[in-house]
Design a protein. Structure first.
Lengths: 264, 428
């Protein structure tokens, strides 16, 4: 094997496995990928592992335990390039809903003996604990974007990832605007593209699983979504969802909940 | 050899370890350690609107999100007394075909088969059997394409809603799958022939098999919960037959029958209880495999998955050919307070959900029992049963045989953990 073949390690933190599965779902590219890089650690795919350091670490999941805090620091120290893979790793994921509640209350709801559990009161992204070189959003990530990132690293160029919102993907695929035309609440105007605008194409609003797009007018997006609510609190819950701990969505939901006569 | 210890199990979904403590050549302690952290789904589901539930529960598992969407949708539809249209029901079955194909092809070839060839991964398997792995990837991809055509993407698809689907998927991309599905059916039949030739470790366990049973179709989305010991329960009565027991040793909830016994869910249970409902090609594949029913060897659940792969390819072909939906894709919701249970067969076994909702459509209580939690005591009991054989093996082989047993179950630790009472072992 040539010495220049970069080593890749894949890790899982608190998550559903879906982003790692997106790697295994590269049915057309998987064997080529396994030839182009050295898969040095990938527990879901192989028993074989090599010790670090690694050129690239792909990390799925969020940090929800003390042990995970130590683990991500160790992984960081072993990785030249650390990539946060998916919305758990970039924003804490759906389990970050505990950040807006008392995690002990959740533990009491679910478990008879919460005292046996070891968990942090928060679910946070990798970037709150270590320096992250690249973030790939999505719940799950789009495998074409994963390939783009790996190929760009292999070729020493910047990856070509969208920064524009889901709206442009709707226009491109010819989907009539669900928000304007059908009056359905939708986070598309404030969510970064990457999924292919799947939800509006099914006739439903975007629920923001690729996270907030940069420098959007979230206040205005909040106002229009509140006007279109089909049940009380719909807009609030849209922002406080899969990417709810991402700062722009977090602040927008906070603003709604602190406004009088809104949900309760 | 004092212990057999695998601190981090490879090729399973989620993170777990395996520990067998030995004394005088006998296993005295067997543990499947779960160090996947809890995520509290039943906690944060509270006060979410019912229409959000399928999107949220999908995130319990990236490998079988459709199962979570389906069980939660049926449970909530039952709470609201909603009946989805026959065409929506058919499309849900087709979607489930896609998930079974994707999940089983992944497990058969990429997770379990490497053990039978003494390889560490499918990548290594590809070096000696490139065609097997290439076919495996294509088999798997077709399952994902079904999911994509119906739900937009294969992991966390977006089209399932309470009441049916948000919209009918276009017919053309679904029908375009037919040639691939025909290829898949033939390849799956070959997969069964190949699967029966593999060298499985010997082990026979007198399981209580538990699965959904439907008289007119292979039980996946509706029917009764049957047990090989004769217990037959309506889905709503699941909790009258099956309980979760707090086992102090592992601090984990373990599934037990009401009589205190362990039981098995998953492909072996389905094939053993429901083989008469298999479609013709799958029935023939089972007959040609010349297996004695019931299949009692947990390692041979690979063969059961292969037979199901045939069945779901066969069903997918039928459903794709007849796909012509009429009327609205979903029933309009009429909110009311209520309670409802739902159970469907996830690829790994019975998946039970129960919800209480209020008059505003907000979830007030959620209970989710995933297949792996029900199988957990069984996996440990099997390891104990296997121990006398394992201890006579050289250490590397002993470890691999024990690991292989766990992998044969296709445990989904990510799924199981959101509610397990766990003691996080500081390993890994």
């Amino acid at each position: 094997m040539p010495a220049s073949k970069p080593t890749v390690a894949v890790y899982k933190f608190s998550s559903c496995d879906g982003c790692q599965l997106s790697l295994l779902n590269m049915e057309d590219e998987l064997l080529d990928l396994a030839n182009a890089v050295e898969i040095a650690f990938f527990l879901e795919a192989t028993r074989a592992s090599q010790p670090g350091p690694y050129d690239i670490a792909l990390v799925e999941g969020s940090v929800t335990t003390e042990h995970e805090v130590e683990r991500i620091k160790e992984i960081r120290s072993q990785a030249k390039i650390l990539i946060a893979l998916g919305t758990c790793a970039t924003a804490g994921g759906i389990q970050a809903l505990r950040n807006f509640a008392d995690a002990d209350d959740y533990a009491k709801i679910v478990y008879d003996h919460p005292e046996y559990l070891h968990f942090l009161k928060t679910s946070k992204p990798m970037s709150e604990y270590v320096t992250v070189d690249m973030e790939l959003w999505g719940c799950p990530v789009n495998k074409a974007q994963v390939i783009e990132v790996i190929v760009s690293l292999l070729n020493n160029r910047k990856p070509n990832l969208p920064s524009y919102p889901v709206c442009l993907e709707c226009k491109r695929r010819g989907t009539i605007c669900v928000l304007v035309d059908k009056g359905i609440p939708c986070l598309g105007p404030g969510t970064v593209a990457g999924c292919g605008a799947l939800c509006p194409a099914c006739g439903r609003g975007c629920y923001g699983c690729f996270g907030p797009a940069h420098q959007m007018n979230f206040e205005s997006l909040s106002v229009i979504n509140q006007k279109l609510e089909r049940y009380p609190g719909e807009a609030y819950r849209l922002f406080r969802g899969i990417s709810g701990y991402a700062p722009d969505f977090r602040k927008t939901a906070d603003a709604i909940s602190s406004t009088p006569k809104e949900i309760k | 050899m004092k212990t057999i210890e695998v601190p981090a199990l490879a090729r399973v979904e989620g993170e777990g370890g395996l520990y067998i403590g030995l004394q005088d050549g006998k296993a005295v302690e067997v543990r499947l350690d779960i160090y996947e952290p809890p995520r509290f789904f039943e906690g944060f589901l509270r006060d979410r609107f019912i229409q959000e539930v399928p999107d949220i529960t999908a995130r319990i598992c990236g490998i079988c999100p459709v199962a979570y969407q389906m069980s939660s949708a049926y449970a909530i539809e039952n709470a609201l007394d909603i009946k989805i249209s026959p065409d929506a029901r058919t499309l849900r079955r087709l979607m489930y075909c896609g998930e079974y194909i994707e999940s089983h092809a992944l497990h058969i070839y990429m997770l379990q088969a490497p053990d039978l060839f003494g390889k560490d991964s499918a990548f290594e398997l590809a070096a000696i059997a490139p065609d097997v792995v290439k076919n495996a990837l294509r088999l798997k991809k077709i399952g994902n394409q079904i999911l994509k055509a119906i739900g937009g993407r294969s992991v966390h698809p977006v089209n399932v809603c309470i009441g049916g689907f948000y919209s009918w998927p276009e017919a053309a991309p679904i029908q375009a799958l037919l040639p691939d599905l025909e290829w898949g059916l033939q390849t799956a039949i070959d997969c069964v022939k190949w699967a029966v030739t593999l060298p499985y470790p010997e082990l026979e366990i007198d399981y209580e098999f538990v699965a959904l049973h439907h008289p007119d179709e292979y039980g996946v989305i509706e029917g009764e919960i049957w047990s090989s010991k004769g217990r037959k329960l309506a889905i709503a009565d699941y909790e009258k037959g099956y309980i979760e027991e707090h086992v102090k040793r592992s601090n984990a909830l373990h599934g037990r029958t009401i009589d205190g016994n362990t039981y098995l869910v998953g492909p072996l249970s389905r094939i053993n209880l429901n083989h008469e409902q298999l479609l013709p090609a799958a029935k023939k594949a089972l007959k040609d495999a010349k297996l004695k029913l019931p299949i009692k060897n947990p390692y041979k659940s690979l063969i059961a998955r292969a037979i199901e792969l045939v069945d779901f390819y066969e069903e997918a072909i039928q459903l794709v050919k007849s796909y012509k939906p009429v009327g609205p894709a979903h029933v309009e919701l009429k909110l009311k307070a209520g309670e409802g249970a739902g159970a469907t067969e996830a690829p790994r076994g019975l998946l039970y959900h129960r919800y209480k909702i209020d008059e505003n459509g907000l979830v007030k209580f959620a209970k989710i029992t995933p297949p792996t939690a029900q199988n957990l005591p069984r996996i440990e009991a099997d390891l104990l049963a296997m121990a006398p054989k394992i201890v006579k093996m050289p250490e590397a082989e002993a470890t691999l045989t024990a690991e292989h047993l766990v992998r044969a179950y296709d445990p989904c630790i990510s799924c199981a953990t959101h509610f397990l009472k766990l003691k996080i072992e500081e390993v890994g």
